[in-house]
Design a protein around this ligand. Structure first.
Ligand SMILES: Nc1ncnc2c1ncn2[C@@H]1O[C@H](COP(=O)(O)OP(=O)(O)OP(=O)(O)O)[C@@H](O)[C@H]1O
Ligand SMILES: [Mg+2]
Length: 183
């Protein structure tokens, strides 16, 4: 596991290990070569995420947002199936260590967008993962862990960037970075 992770780590931005230097932007860039690795990155995030954390997943269709969320579900020992919640705005996986709330805003209409979207309120006791956050950017909280997924020239390869400029995520970045280093 550690060897695989070491190979995936591309760059680390922000002095994650310096606990005294605030404010900061934290960023970890990873290259995955198969879907399972993207799911493993999700597992790592799920391992260190805390109740109340909000994670947004940006990326074109098929870049692996749901695949990564499935990994988070594994870490949280979710008993239900995590898939694309296309026809429901928010899938609630509550049989788990802590609840996983999985939102997919792709089909959110302007009308729905204009009514108050109370995702945060509904998901305080768990981890909220939001696919297609750009659709409701103006009403989503900003203190979130942002994940971006990109296609590369290689068909099975994805570039994944984890970033946050919120000091509350410092520990999470430190822990994830340590996992890559094999500490
Ligand atoms: N390195 C990789 N990481 C993630 N998925 C990969 C990778 N290589 C190939 N794939 C494939 O890409 C697809 C990713 O699908 P997934 O549903 O996770 O994407 P998505 O970003 O959630 O799409 P959508 O915008 O439609 O919700 C899967 O079929 C997966 O097997
Ligand atoms: Mg999806």
């Amino acid at each position: 596991m550690i060897k695989i992770l070491q190979k995936l780590l591309k760059t680390v931005v922000g002095n994650i290990l310096d606990m005294n230097n605030l404010p900061q932007t934290y960023s970890i860039e990873i290259i995955t070569n198969i879907a399972k690795q993207t799911s493993t990155i999700g597992e790592l995030i799920g391992k260190y995420a805390k109740a109340g954390d909000i994670i947004s997943l940006k990326g074109e269709m098929g870049t692996g947002k749901t695949t990564l969320t499935q990994g988070i579900g594994i870490a949280l020992q979710v008993q239900s199936i995590v898939n694309s919640p296309t026809y429901i705005l928010l899938a609630k996986h509550t049989k788990s260590i802590i609840p996983l709330y999985h939102a997919d805003l792709f089909r959110l209409t302007d009308y729905e967008n204009s009514i108050e979207l109370d995702l945060t309120e509904e998901s305080k006791d768990g981890i909220l993962v939001i696919e297609w956050p750009e659709i409701a950017e103006n009403i989503l909280p900003t203190d979130r862990l942002e994940i971006e997924l990109y296609y590369t020239k290689q068909e099975m390869e994805r570039r994944i960037i984890l970033k946050s400029n919120n000091s509350k995520h410092k520990k999470l970045f430190k822990n994830i970075h340590n996992e890559f280093l094999g500490n």
